[in-house]
Design a binder for this molecule. Structure first.
Ligand code: CA
Ligand code: CA
Ligand code: CA
Length: 238
């Protein structure tokens, strides 16, 4: 193959790969797929999906709290959805922490749930990391197993690149994440604004950067162009 043509083709392909950033935040730009709820062992049958803040705590006045968070409708063909064939370059989850505290262990959920009905008892003593309700190993751990202020108030940005890649690959069912306290000493609760946070800008924010590769037909078009160029080059030589 002619080296100049090859260089031109590679340049065209490189230009065609473009970066794009999607953001998902409840009720912002038409997105409504974020759900979250605190499961209180102290109120085992009450559903609290409407609350403006969520709380992860090993001992909230003696009783643990678990939190569930999920983002649905991330993948699809709509303008503000991650398309098939787009490669996830990076992803972050931003939380607005309202009560500093011990820490959080993040686990992929394996059991389906809804924020309108999930309770401590509907999950049978909250969420177990048993490979049935949630994946055993946390994919992200922040803070420490003590009652200190390890997580500060304010904006917390977490690397969720692999979490989003697992969702896109379908290696997790897409039921979001369990946010669990360190047991038994994570007694300083970490609170943050929920999908119902009064100010939209304080709600959980998922930011996903992708690189978009050209569709198969645009490659075909480029190859057809290349073939034509090669043919013309050969004719000129005769
Ligand atoms: Ca909620
Ligand atoms: Ca359970
Ligand atoms: Ca606290």
């Amino acid at each position: 193959m002619n080296k100049i043509i090859l260089a031109a083709l590679l340049a065209a392909m490189t230009t065609a790969v473009s970066a794009k950033t999607y953001t998902f935040q409840q009720d912002v730009d038409g997105y409504h797929g974020n759900m979250d709820v605190t499961l209180y062992s102290s109120e085992p049958d009450s559903s609290n999906g409407y609350e403006q803040e969520l709380s992860i705590d090993a001992s909230d006045s003696g009783s643990p709290n678990h939190v569930l968070v999920r983002f649905d409708e991330l993948f699809g063909s709509a303008a503000n959805q991650i398309k098939a064939g787009e490669t996830i370059v990076s992803a972050t989850l931003t939380l607005e922490i309202t009560s500093a505290g011990s820490g959080i262990l993040f686990h992929d959920m394996l059991m389906d749930w809804d924020s309108a009905s999930a309770t401590w008892n509907s999950f049978d003593e909250g969420v177990q990391t048993d490979g049935v309700e949630a994946v055993a190993t946390p994919f992200l751990v922040i803070g420490a197993n003590n009652g200190d202020t390890n997580i500060q108030e304010g904006r917390l940005v977490l690397d969720f690149t692999e979490a989003l890649r697992r969702m896109q690959a379908g290696s997790v069912p897409g039921y979001g994440w369990a946010l669990l306290p360190f047991m038994p000493n994570g007694t300083n609760g970490v609170d943050f604004y929920s999908a119902e946070g009064f100010e939209l800008s304080t709600r959980p924010l998922l930011t996903v950067e992708v690189s978009a590769v050209p569709e198969a037909d645009s490659y075909a078009l480029m190859l057809a162009g290349l073939g034509l160029t090669a043919l013309m080059a050969r004719r000129r030589r005769v």
